[in-house]
Design a protein around this ligand. Structure first.
Ligand code: 5GP
Length: 197
């Protein structure tokens, strides 16, 4: 099944590459879509965020994230080095500003995969950014993905579902919605929105 773009805004043919922000509720599959897209198109530049989260097994500094201490993150904020930042599940995450601006100035499309709070901040500071919302095929499917691991308590699951309900309501703030019916289809739609295909 194809991904369904809703409300895609027309892009003038002479538009310079824009910043594209992929966001959506947690559990919807953003990182899976981005990983698939980059496997097929390694030339697409994805911003590497700074985070105070500890690396997971296999994650490398400078590849998935720049892993920094709380003090280093404080400094990045104080020096204005982050385009946006947010706290998510007890850790801080932020987009280094300079690298993004350098790529855009060089005429290359840029992709950010960030949470909803970050997407809102980007829209405020860069009005021409293109905000893409990744939506689950249905509420039931999101519930299945969020509860799928079967390791969390009923209380934790309830909290995550309540958060997901609020997150889904943010769709209206975005320029375009892609429905995650298939990872391959969404990756193709995203490349088209970034004018790479
Ligand atoms: P994870 O810890 O699973 O790698 O990421 C947790 C969440 O943080 C995901 O929703 C991801 O999109 C978000 N995230 C990753 N980098 C950034 C960032 O630079 N800024 C913001 N606002 N969110 C981020």
């Amino acid at each position: 099944m194809a991904a369904t773009p809703r409300g895609t805004s027309p892009v003038p043919p002479d538009a310079r590459p824009r910043l594209t922000v992929l966001s959506g509720p947690s559990g919807v599959g953003k990182s899976t879509v981005v990983a698939h897209m980059r496997k097929e198109h390694p030339e697409v530049w994805l911003s590497v965020s700074a985070t105070t989260r500890k690396p997971r097994p296999g994650e490398k500094h400078g590849v998935q994230y720049f892993f920094v201490s709380d003090e280093e993150f404080d400094k990045l904020i104080a020096n204005g080095e982050l385009l946006e930042w947010a706290e998510f599940a007890g850790n801080r995450y932020g987009t280094p500003r300079r690298a993004v601006l350098d790529r855009l100035e060089a005429g290359e499309p840029v992709l950010l995969e960030i949470d909803l709070q970050g997407a809102r901040q980007v829209k405020e500071s860069m009005a021409d950014a293109q905000l893409v919302f990744l939506a689950p095929p249905s509420w039931e499917e999101l519930v299945r993905r969020l509860t799928g691991r079967g390791t969390e308590s009923a209380e934790v699951i309830e909290r995550r579902l309540a958060a997901a309900r609020i997150e889904l309501a943010a769709e209206a703030e975005f320029d375009t919605t892609l429905v995650n019916t298939s990872v391959e289809a969404v990756a193709v739609e995203l490349l088209a929105l970034m004018e790479i295909l």
